[in-house]
Structures are given as C-alpha cells and as structure tokens.
Design a protein around this ligand. Sequence first.
Ligand code: HEC
Length: 132
Amino acid sequence: MFQDKLHRVFFGTIPALFCCSIGLTLVNATARPQAPVTSAAQTKKLADLMPEGDGKKLVVARCHNCHSLETTINAHHDRKEWDATLQRMINLGTYLTDDDRKLVLDYLVANYPPKDADSAATPLATPPSSPK
Ligand code: HEC
C-alpha cells in the first residue's frame, strides 16, 4: 500500500518537473529575445549579411561574446563615436591589439556610418541641386 503511494508520488512528480522546466525555458527565451550570448548559428547568419572587409573576421570573432553581433552591426556611428565605442568595449574586456583595433575601426566606420550619411550615400537619394 505504502509502496503504491510512493510509486504514484514519484511518477507523478517527474512529469510535473519536466513540464515545469520546459515552461521555464520557454518563458526565459521569450522574455529575453536579446539573450546576451547568441548561438553560433545566429552569429553566422548575421555574419553572412555583413559586407566583406579586412576587419570583418575580427568583428565577427570578438564583438558578439557579451551582446549579440546584432548590437554591433545595428549601431551607426561616425569615426569619433566608433572610436569611443571601441575604447569602451576594450575597457570592458574586449581583446584587440592596436593593429586589430585599427582594422576594426576602419571596417565599422566604412560599413556602419551614421544613418543620415548612410542614406545620403545610397544611389537612390536625389543629389542636392548644384549651386549656380
Ligand atoms: C566584454 C564584453 C563586450 C565585448 C567583448 C564587446 N562589447 Fe560591445 N558592449 C558591451 C556592453 C556591456 C555594452 C553596453 C554598455 C555600453 O554601451 O558601454 C556594449 C554596447 C555596445 C554597442 C552599443 C552602444 C554603442 O556605442 O553604439 C556597440 C555598437 C558595441 N557594444 C560594439 C561592440 C564591438 C564593435 C565589439 C568588438 C570590438 C564589442 N562591442 C565587444 C560589452 C562588450
């Protein structure tokens, strides 16, 4: 009799725990869409969208460990701002040699400029009328 009850408690608890942990995992995943560490597959997908360039490999390798690579490539800054951002990332613990830092800075400045400069550079933008 006692054993029977134990049996029920035991096998009743396991599925409950199982469901509970799945539930928690789902809540966790949906509550934090911008999880601090992105999966390798997601990082690769984002990397495929990035323009080619000398600093690309370094950015892909070093700029996704604390936040998603998306944080990096969604930013739009001029050289001064990128320089300041890079310095902050280095102060936070990003490893970049001086040469690497230069490559990364040039890559980010060339490919992720301020939004206005970005749209001004698109061929579809109407060129400003030339002064007479
Ligand atoms: C050691 C952890 C860490 C690494 C590695 C790291 N970051 Fe960050 N990054 C942060 C933190 C923390 C923040 C938010 C606080 C802040 O902006 O200073 C941030 C914010 C940012 C932002 C948004 C703020 C802004 O200035 O636009 C950008 C862009 C960025 N990082 C780019 C990079 C780049 C580029 C690299 C690779 C060279 C990099 N991060 C590597 C920790 C890191």
